[in-house]
Design a protein around this ligand. Structure first.
Ligand code: FAD
Length: 394
């Protein structure tokens, strides 16, 4: 508009439409937003919270995402982050197993990485609406109508990146949320940042009855992330989180020591009803990215890399759709296929290992076996990880 203003009805029209709409600004949503924010496409992202904030996560990112995060614009080389390539696995009897990780990873808090990505997204022109919850979605005339706390929007392609469990899963009546969770499938996760003096290159995985706890370095002097997953029923039986830590976690000598260390924020971050059942990849023509398409067990330490990887291949397919090289149906089929090809194997292997972890006497035997065969342990670790998926020429 040459005069520097638009008629109100036109402004309303242009403001409320976008090429791509994204529900949820975790890693999957933010990476997708940054990928799609080019001059050809308008991108809008709705996030119900406001940055920066802490969330439950082990905060160990597998190296497979290093070059991709740099491609998104995160200055990893300048952030002085801990590089982690040693694993220690322990059980309450004090038996332990140590292994070099050939791929390894790095430590960064979700407080920092999510905030960094949100800043990059905004700079690239993404319309990022914080404190804004998506309430309802309908598909009509080859686009989605999205009802949010900030009004209604119409988008050509809709991405659901709403994480493990959200009001939107209920709105879509998704199968995984309809079935009542069995006690053996219902997990709770707890996270603290603690002050510790441990090797920076080490990730500890310490088992206890009914769960396991990861501990590794993140940015900030002496700052470590301590995050555990437990059956929800164990918390109930113990009488609460503090009681579980005292009566159950502390039976592992490593955890006993770590639970006494100073906590950097008082209140633990907690999420409940974590479940690892399989989920649909496309829901009423909306594309599910990240945990909402399938959650890998935390012991694999690569749920975040899966969220980035899915953002990477979905964006490339979506651009082919906008260039009219493929139809919506072909986009949906190609996305499902790529998801399965990229992640199914590690999801299955992760579930098998987690089941083993919950039987401490089996894990004891497994530790003895693994200590004798480094080849076997390297093989198992490889099965739960992917390879670097971004190369400079992409
Ligand atoms: C105990 C535990 C430990 C883990 N440790 C690791 C680890 O060490 N390494 C690793 O790689 N992975 C780990 N993971 C997995 C990792 O945390 C997830 O894979 C990752 O967070 C997935 O990101 P996401 O973008 O899919 O979801 P999230 O990061 O959960 O983001 C979803 C976002 O959607 C928003 N939202 C939801 N509903 C709405 C709505 N209706 N409107 C607007 N916004 C909405 C939420 O506020 C949230 O910000 C762990 C998982 C658990 C449970």
């Amino acid at each position: 508009m040459g005069m520097g203003f638009s008629p109100p009805y036109l402004l309303e029209e242009t403001m409320k439409k976008a090429s791509v709409g994204i529900i949820g600004g975790g890693l999957a949503g933010l990476a997708t937003a940054i990928e799609m924010a080019t001059p050809e496409y308008e991108v809008i992202l709705w996030e119900k919270r406001s940055y920066p904030f802490h969330r439950v996560c082990g905060e160990y990112i597998s190296m497979e995402s290093w070059s991709y995060l740099k491609h998104l614009g995160v200055p990893l080389d300048e952030m002085n982050l801990p590089i982690i390539d040693q694993l220690k696995l322990s059980v309450p009897s004090a038996n332990e197993f140590n292994q070099h990780l050939s791929l390894g990873g790095f430590g960064i808090s979700r407080y920092t990485i999510d905030h960094e990505l949100a800043k990059i997204a905004k700079k690239k022109g993404v319309r990022l609406l914080e404190n804004c919850t998506v309430r309802e979605v309908t598909f009509q005339n080859d686009s989605h109508l999205v009802k949010t706390d900030e009004g209604d929007f119409q988008v050509d392609l809709l991405v659901g990146a709403q994480g493990k469990r959200s009001n939107m899963d209920k709105a879509w009546e998704r199968a995984f949320i309809q079935k009542p969770l069995k006690a053996s499938q219902n997990f709770t996760a707890v996270k603290y940042h603690i002050e510790a003096d441990l090797p920076e290159d080490l990730i500890g995985l310490h088992l206890f009855e009914g769960g396991y706890c990861g501990i590794s370095k993140v940015e900030g002097e002496k700052t470590y992330c301590m995050c555990y997953l437990t059956l929800a029923s164990s918390i109930k039986t113990a009488g609460g989180i503090a009681e579980l830590e005292e009566k159950v976690l502390s039976k592992n000598p490593y955890l006993k020591q770590y639970l006494k260390l100073p906590r950097l924020y008082e209140k633990a971050e907690v999420i409940s009803q974590v479940n690892f059942s399989s989920k649909s990849k496309v829901e009423e023509h909306a594309f599910m990215l990240g945990d909402t398409a399938g959650l890998i067990v935390p012991l694999c330490g690569n749920g975040m890399s899966m969220a980035f990887h899915a953002a990477y291949f979905w964006s490339r397919l979506a651009k082919a759709y906008f260039r009219k090289e493929i139809s919506r149906k072909e986009l949906e089929t190609a996305y499902r296929k790529e998801w399965k090809r990229s992640f199914n194997k590690r999801l299955k292997m992760g579930k098998i290992l987690q089941r083993l972890f919950y039987k401490l006497h089996w894990t004891e035997q497994a530790i003895k076996l693994l200590s004798k065969s480094k080849k076997l342990s390297s093989f198992l670790i490889k099965q739960t990880h992917g390879k670097s998926f971004y190369h400079r020429s992409d």
